[in-house]
Design a protein around this ligand. Structure first.
Ligand code: ADP
Length: 528
C-alpha cells in the first residue's frame, strides 16, 4: 500500500511537472514568435517610411542590423539585401509576403528561405519609387526567435530534474509520515478483527463438537466425494473406528457395504432414506439425507432397540390381553345368547340386550386397539395392486345390515388400481363408510366416488349430521367423539378415524375433510 501510494504520488507529480515544463516552453516560443512578428512589422514600417527614392540602397539596407532588410523591385528582382551577399536571381513576386503587400493586405509569413536555407519570419510593404514602386521587406530567422529559448533550455531541463528529485524525496517523506501510522493502526485493527474471528470460530467449533459428541446417536457427514467431513464420538464408538477418519473414504469408518452404498446413493441422487439396520446386536434407525443447500450428506444412527422391544412387548401385551379378554367375552356373549333363547321374563330382555350391545362394543374396541397398535409399529408394508372398487364392494357387503337398517341409499362410482396392502385399503374404506352410515339419518345418502386423474382420489360423502368447524380438527385424535352417546350406541369406538389417519401416514396419502353441520360430510383420501 505504501509503495503504491509513493509510486502514484510521484507519477502524478512528474506528470504535472512535465506538462508544466512543455507548456512553458510552448508559451515562451509563442511569445518569441509574437515579439519577432512585431519586430519585423515595426522594422518594415520604419524602413518603408525612411525609403524615399534612396540613392544608395545597399547602405540603406545595412542599417537593418540583426534584421534582414530586402528591397525588391516591382518586377520581383532583389535590388538590395542586408544579409545576402549573392542573389540567387529568383523572382520574388510569387513570395506570399510580396503577394500580400501587392494585394494591399500585408501579412506576416513564416516560411523557408532558399537563399539561406533556413526558416524566416517575413513582412513586406509596397513603397512608391519614382513612377514605379518597390517592396521593402524585413525578415528575422526563426532560429533567432528561439535563440533565448535554446539558451535557457538546458538550464530548464536541469531545473526540471532537480525539482523531480526533490519531489521524489518529498513524496517519500510524506508517504512515510502519513501512511506509517495508518498502516500500523490498520494492521493492529486487522489483527484484532482476525483474532476475534479466530476466537469466535474456535468457540463455535468447540461448541459444535461438544454438542455433537454429547449426542447419543451416531452421526457423520460426508462431502460430495463421499469423504468423511465430520463424525461424532458416538459414531466412532459404534463402528469401532478412530477419530482420524476425517477427509478419508467411508470404509475407514464403516465396514458394512449396505450402509456405505446407502450413503453413497444419497450423495449421488440427493434422495434421503430411512431404514432399520442391525448392528452389534442392536437395532438402529438410520436416517440419511442431503443437508439443504449444500453438497453434504448426513447420516444419523439412532438406537431404537429399546423402543422396538417396548413396542413388541406392547404388541404382545395387546395381543395377549385381547385374546384373554376375547375368550371370556365370547363366553359371556354365548351365555347371554343362551339366556336370551331360554328367557320368558320380559323384564330380563332389556338386560340381555344391554349385555349383547356392550360385549359387541367391547369386542370392536379390542379389535380397533389391536389394529392401531399394529399400525403404530408398522414401518414397512407388503403392497399389492388392487382394485379400489372391489374393496368398496366388500365394505358395502360387510356393512349391508347397518345400511339396510337405516334404509341408506348407498352408491359407489368409479374404479382405480392402488398399490397397497388390501387390508389397509379395506380398513380405510370400512371406517369412512361406517362413519357415514353411523352419522347419517334414516333414509340418508352415502356415496363412494373413485376418481382417477393425476392422482387417484377416494371420496366418501354423506348428507348426515355434519361436524362443526371447531370439532373437525379433533376428530382424528384417538377416542375423540363429538357425541359420545350416539357413537357408543351405534357401536363407535372413537378409534376409526385414528386408524384411517395412521394408514394414510404410512403410505404418505393425503387425508382431508369437508363438513357442514346439519348438511353432511365429505372425507377424501388422495393416493399419491
Ligand atoms: P367413532 O368410532 O366414534 O365413529 P371415529 O374416530 O371414526 O370414531 O370418529 C370420531 C368422531 O368423528 C365420531 O365420534 C363422530 O363424532 C365424528 N364423525 C366421524 N365421521 C363422521 C361423519 N361422517 N359425520 C359426522 N360425524 C362424524
Amino acid at each position: 500500500m505504501k509503495k503504491q501510494l509513493f509510486i502514484s504520488t510521484t507519477l502524478i507529480m512528474i506528470a504535472g511537472l512535465l506538462s508544466l515544463f512543455f507548456a512553458s516552453v510552448y508559451i515562451a516560443h509563442r511569445n518569441n514568435v509574437n515579439i519577432a512578428t512585431n519586430t519585423v512589422m515595426e522594422k518594415t514600417y520604419i524602413f518603408a517610411n525612411l525609403f524615399n527614392d534612396i540613392y544608395d540602397v545597399d547602405a540603406f539596407v545595412e542599417a537593418g542590423g540583426d534584421t534582414r532588410i530586402t528591397i525588391i523591385s516591382s518586377d520581383g528582382m532583389v535590388l538590395a539585401d542586408s544579409l545576402a551577399t549573392e542573389d540567387t536571381g529568383e523572382n520574388r513576386l510569387s513570395r506570399p509576403e510580396i503577394q500580400a503587400a501587392m494585394n494591399g493586405a500585408p501579412a506576416v509569413h513564416i516560411r523557408h528561405s532558399n537563399t539561406f536555407d533556413a526558416d524566416f519570419v517575413y513582412y513586406a510593404l509596397m513603397v512608391d519609387n519614382d513612377d514605379s514602386y518597390v517592396f521593402i521587406r524585413a525578415s528575422i530567422p526563426v532560429a533567432q526567435i528561439n535563440v533565448y529559448l535554446n539558451q535557457a533550455l538546458p538550464m530548464l531541463i536541469v531545473l526540471l530534474f532537480t525539482i523531480i528529485l526533490v519531489c521524489l524525496f518529498l513524496a517519500h517523506v510524506v508517504t512515510n509520515r502519513i501512511i506509517k501510522p495508518f498502516i500500523a493502526k490498520g494492521i493492529d485493527d486487522v489483527a484484532v478483527v482476525m483474532q476475534n474471528g479466530v476466537d469466535a470460530l474456535r468457540e463455535e467449533k468447540n461448541k459444535l463438537s461438544y454438542i455433537l459428541n454429547s449426542i447419543g446417536d451416531g452421526l457423520f457427514v460426508v462431502d460430495e466425494n463421499a469423504d468423511i467431513a465430520l463424525v461424532n464420538l458416538a459414531a466412532t464408538n459404534l463402528f469401532n473406528a478412530t477419530s482420524d477418519v476425517i477427509n478419508r473414504k467411508l470404509n475407514y469408518l464403516i465396514s458394512n457395504k449396505t450402509l456405505i452404498s446407502a450413503v453413497e446413493d444419497c450423495v449421488i441422487s440427493s434422495n434421503g432414506t430411512l431404514f432399520e439396520f442391525p448392528l452389534n446386536g442392536k437395532t438402529y434407525l438410520v436416517t440419511i439425507k442431503r443437508l439443504p443447500n449444500t453438497t453434504l450428506t448426513m447420516a444419523v444412527l439412532a438406537d431404537v432397540t429399546g423402543s422396538r422391544e417396548n413396542a413388541k412387548r406392547r404388541e404382545e401385551f395387546f395381543a395377549n390381553a385381547s385374546h384373554e379378554l376375547k375368550t371370556p367375552l365370547t363366553a359371556i356373549k354365548g351365555f347371554n345368547e343362551l339366556t336370551a333363547i331360554n328367557n320368558n321374563d320380559t323384564n330380563l330382555t332389556k338386560y340381555i340386550d344391554a349385555i349383547t350391545r356392550e360385549t359387541t362394543r367391547m369386542m370392536a374396541l379390542i379389535a380397533d386397539m389391536l389394529e392401531l397398535s399394529e399400525l403404530e409399529n408398522t414401518s414397512q408394508v407388503q403392497p399389492a395392486s388392487i382394485s379400489l372398487a372391489k374393496i368398496v364392494n366388500e365394505v358395502s357387503e360387510t356393512l349391508s345390515s347397518a345400511i339396510n337398517e337405516k334404509s341408506i341409499i348407498f352408491t359407489a362410482t368409479g374404479d382405480a388400481t392402488i398399490t397397497a396392502e388390501p387390508k389397509h385399503l379395506f380398513e380405510i374404506t370400512k371406517n369412512l363408510v361406517e362413519n357415514s352410515v353411523r352419522y347419517s339419518n334414516q333414509n340418508g345418502k352415502v356415496t363412494v366416488k373413485i376418481e382417477s386423474g393425476k392422482t387417484v382420489r377416494l371420496t366418501v360423502s354423506d348428507n348426515g349430521i355434519g361436524i362443526s368447524p371447531q370439532e373437525q380438527t379433533k376428530i382424528f385424535e384417538r377416542f375423540y367423539r363429538v357425541e359420545k352417546s350416539r357413537s357408543s350406541q351405534s357401536g363407535g369406538t372413537g378409534l376409526g378415524l385414528s386408524i384411517v389417519k395412521h394408514i394414510c401416514a404410512l403410505y404418505c396419502w393425503r387425508l382431508s375433510l369437508k363438513s357442514k353441520l346439519g348438511v353432511g360430510t365429505d372425507v377424501m383420501v388422495e393416493f399419491e
